[in-house]
Design a protein around this ligand. Structure first.
Ligand code: ADP
Ligand code: MG
Length: 447
């Protein structure tokens, strides 16, 4: 079912992309997820309510036309808020028109995937270096290049960057999605065109296979792939593969492919650290023309979870909201918008309480933990103490320790003074609940 919807959507997308201005297409259409196709109705998921409404208002006729053409009969399209609207984003792959893969992105933020716009940190440096070496023809250093890691962390980006650079150098590059390889081969078998299929490899200067995990377990595909691989590898042609796990964890890999894959450079793309996360959010926000102050971006970034793709989704979301509001985003709205992207099920830590409280009161963490006793920073400190006590299992001495080395009686005093105010000041109490919401449960972002 899902693949039906996905396939139909891919075809429809390529029609829609010709009809709509590129910016609209990238901002609104590429962000939709095909959920199901039943009774001639294609259901598309939008990330949140305002988004859904805008798509319905502005693009529904164009979408229905394209889907009907793609399906060869009159179809209807339903746009709903997707399951990822209320929970953390999943980083699901979105279909994009084949052949345009290299110029479309999830969030439509970057047109081209290159080495230059790949942001490098500790977690992806080896992959980035290995990919560049390969693209520059230094194959002896690591051929094949095997990139692996979780979804949305830049593997496809690097493969496309390799492709772009090789093409610039006039090389003929074969680029396949894992599934696409199988599909093409099955088709060639059916149409009795294996010769042609194989010839493509014979004339290629480089082979790039994305999501190679999809060929594991498929005997015939692997066999064919093995021959192609050996042929090109033997000829010293660059080969790069990407997978969601390392070759050792690809079960059902036959014909010695496992050891072949392990014979070159294995480079994992690990999840983001805070530093890289901040730099990526900054870059993507800038590309999208979001006028958020650096300091705000940093505060958001450190609270985020998830992959680069998630970050792009968030940026898109922030941008869509500014388009709607026609105004600057205030902190309350930002809080709502980022809610699905920040840690939610993770236990509340003292650090998180401190960071969030500092953020809410507009002071730095260092100020909150300092000896400064002016009310501007002392009060937030008391609030932090209160919330640490209420929301974590830490003892008073432990809380005093992280709050800049205070003794437990002063922590207790702080907790009591905040508790007093909570019971006497309804407005403050509700503000405090809001902060607790930020730390704990995710408010429903559907609007
Ligand atoms: P994967 O193939 O690992 O699932 P992608 O390569 O599709 O992930 O990356 C998801 C999105 O994040 C893409 O739009 C990609 O351009 C972007 N991206 C990933 N890593 C980086 C990075 N280090 N710098 C800039 N953009 C990145
Ligand atoms: Mg990928």
């Amino acid at each position: 079912m899902r693949t039906d919807a996905a396939r139909l959507w891919v075809e429809a997308c390529s029609l829609i992309s010709k009809e709509l201005p590129e910016k609209d297409y990238e901002t609104w259409i590429l962000e939709l997820n095909p959920a199901s196709f039943e009774d001639d109705t294609l259901t598309l998921e939008a990330p949140f309510g305002l988004f859904r409404d805008r798509v319905r208002q502005a693009f529904l006729p164009a979408i229905e036309r394209a889907v009907s053409v793609a399906a060869d009969r009159r179809c209807r399209v339903a746009v709903v808020v997707g399951s990822f609207g209320g929970t953390r984003p999943t980083g699901r792959e979105k279909p994009r028109p084949t052949g345009e893969r290299s110029v479309r992105t999830t969030a439509g933020l970057t047109n081209k995937k290159t080495f230059e716009n790949f942001i490098v940190g500790e977690s992806n440096r080896l992959a980035w270096l290995g990919a560049q070496q390969l693209a520059d023809g230094k194959v002896h250093a690591g051929n094949p290049l095997f990139l692996y890691g979780g979804v949305g962390l830049g593997k496809t980006h690097l493969l496309l960057a390799i492709q772009n650079r090789l093409k610039k150098r006039g090389r003929r590059v074969l680029y396949y999605q894992g599934e696409e390889f199988t599909r093409k081969m099955v088709e060639a078998l059916r149409l009795d065109r294996m010769e042609q299929f194989r010839n493509e490899f014979k004339v290629a200067d480089a082979l790039l296979i994305d999501d190679v995990q999809f060929i594991a377990g498929k005997k015939r595909t692997q066999q064919e792939f093995y021959h192609a691989f050996n042929f090109l590898h033997g000829a010293g042609k660059p080969i790069a593969l990407a997978s969601d796990r390392g070759p050792g964890d690809l079960e059902a890999l036959e014909y010695g492919l496992q050891s072949r894959f392990q014979g070159g450079l294995l480079a994992d793309v690990a999840s983001l650290d805070d530093d890289l996360r901040v730099r990526i959010l900054k870059a993507k926000a800038q590309e999208a023309g979001l006028g958020l102050a650096d300091i705000l971006i940093e505060r958001i970034a450190v609270r985020l979870q998830g992959s680069v793709r998630d970050i792009e989704g968030l940026v898109l979301r922030l941008r869509a909201a500014t388009t709607h509001q026609g105004a600057d985003l205030d902190e309350r709205l930002i809080e709502t918008l980022i809610a699905p992207y920040v840690a939610s099920s993770a236990p509340i830590t003292l650090d998180k309480v401190i960071d969030t409280v500092a953020w809410v009161y507009g002071i730095t963490r260092a100020e909150l933990l300092s000896r400064d006793r002016s009310r501007r920073v002392a009060w937030p400190r008391h609030v932090a103490a209160y919330l640490c006590r209420k929301l974590t299992n830490s003892s008073l001495p432990e809380i005093g320790e992280v709050l800049g080395g205070r003794n437990h009686t002063s922590v207790l005093r702080a907790v009591r003074s905040v508790a007093d105010r909570v019971s006497g000041d309804a407005a403050f109490a509700s503000r405090l609940r809001e902060i607790e919401g930020m730390l704990g449960h995710v408010p429903d972002p559907r609007m």
